[in-house]
Design a protein around this ligand. Structure first.
Ligand SMILES: C[S@@+](CC[C@H](N)C(=O)[O-])C[C@H]1O[C@@H](n2cnc3c(N)ncnc32)[C@H](O)[C@@H]1O
Length: 331
């Protein structure tokens, strides 16, 4: 297993600026990836600050361990979803009495995107997989395409991909999918129960009546939105984001900070709305004659507009272009 991870951490300077890690402070990184942000935090929190990190992907964990080998005594890695935070935290809270901040860097790493055998990219030939954790998760993108009923497929293309041609794509897939299972997968054993990224991309082009030779006309590849929808569905990404935010707030001490980097509007909307909901001073129904909820603001928003990468960062790392960082401090 190769452990040479090359993912470049996005908005790294800004994450440090807002989380303000200092000597001997503790942090939680919900999305360890290649250990980029965690490494920077460990550096700032020397000599005794600790990081508890979650990561679903074992390849990423191996890469991080290699990268952060000097600091492994201060790094606790949990190979499960960050949505387990509240269950896992009691095992670590005594070892991390100085918790100051929690980071979520959502989505996938460049390494995952670029490895053909992970099936995230429409540019490669590999099984249409897309699981972040290919050891413990069972549902693959291929299973969704080959087995899910029409209404569910249409819903994910429409809602998670915001794909205007969702209906046509769904109909085309349902019509053709039984033949895909019988067809020979190039380079793989016959009668596999999955389709490849390349087969799926050519099916999408066929359904949308787009010739391979005319692809250069498209600013964004016609398969982009469907691939995004499948990845979100396979990994339950939107419900995971909705689940982690209140858990993180609950665990943080007063003054502690929660920083979230998202890469598309669906995730960012969840983060933005949740953060706004914490500002509400009253949650009584509008019809109530007097306030009975005694609700007080639970956080202060530190990034009114959301922080975007600088032009220089986008130039150096094109994949950072869609990132937005939002940060709150617990009150
Ligand atoms: C954008 S990368 C993080 C990169 C990292 N911040 C760095 O600087 O190297 C996102 C990572 O989150 C992981 N991930 C996605 N969903 C997760 C979840 N629910 N629980 C834990 N890890 C998750 C992915 O496997 C991926 O490695």
């Amino acid at each position: 297993m190769s452990t040479d991870y090359y993912h470049q951490s996005v908005l790294a300077k800004e994450v440090l600026q807002y989380l303000e890690p200092k000597k001997n402070q503790d942090f939680i990184d919900c999305t360890l990836g290649g250990g980029g942000h965690t490494g920077l935090i460990l550096e700032q929190t020397k000599p005794n600050g600790r990081v508890l990190a979650f990561e679903r992907d074992q390849t990423a964990i191996q890469a991080s361990k290699k990268k952060l080998v000097k600091d492994l005594d201060r790094l606790f890695i949990v190979n499960s979803s960050y949505t387990d935070l509240k269950t896992v935290w009691p095992k670590y809270e005594k070892k991390m009495p100085n918790l100051q901040g929690i980071l979520l860097d959502l989505g996938l790493s460049s390494d995952q995107l670029d490895k053909a055998n992970r099936g995230f990219s429409f540019k490669d030939q590999g099984p249409l997989d897309m699981r972040f954790d290919d050891k413990q998760q069972t549902l693959t993108a291929s299973d969704i395409i080959l087995e899910w009923p029409e209404d569910k497929l249409n819903k994910i293309f429409w809602e998670y991909g915001e794909e205007k041609k969702a209906r046509a794509l769904t109909k085309g897939i349902i019509k053709n999918r039984s033949s895909w299972m019988k067809s020979r997968v190039p380079g793989l054993k016959q009668k596999q129960k999955f389709i490849t990224t390349a087969m799926f991309v050519s099916a999408i082009l066929q359904i949308l009546k787009i010739k391979e030779t005319s692809l250069a006309r498209f600013r964004v590849h016609p398969a982009t939105k469907v691939f995004q929808a499948l990845r979100i569905a396979v990994n339950d990404e939107l419900s995971n984001v909705a689940s982690i935010l209140p858990q993180a707030l609950e665990i943080l001490p007063v003054g502690g900070r929660l920083a979230v980097i998202s890469f598309h509007s669906l995730e960012d909307r969840i983060v933005k709305n949740y953060f706004k909901s914490l500002l509400k001073t009253c949650i009584c129904p509008k019809s109530a004659p007097v306030c009975t909820c005694e609700s007080i603001a639970r956080a202060k928003i530190l990034t009114a507009k959301g922080i975007r990468p600088s032009a220089e960062e986008v130039k150096n790392n094109y994949r950072s272009r869609s990132a937005t960082l939002r940060v709150i401090a617990k009150l």
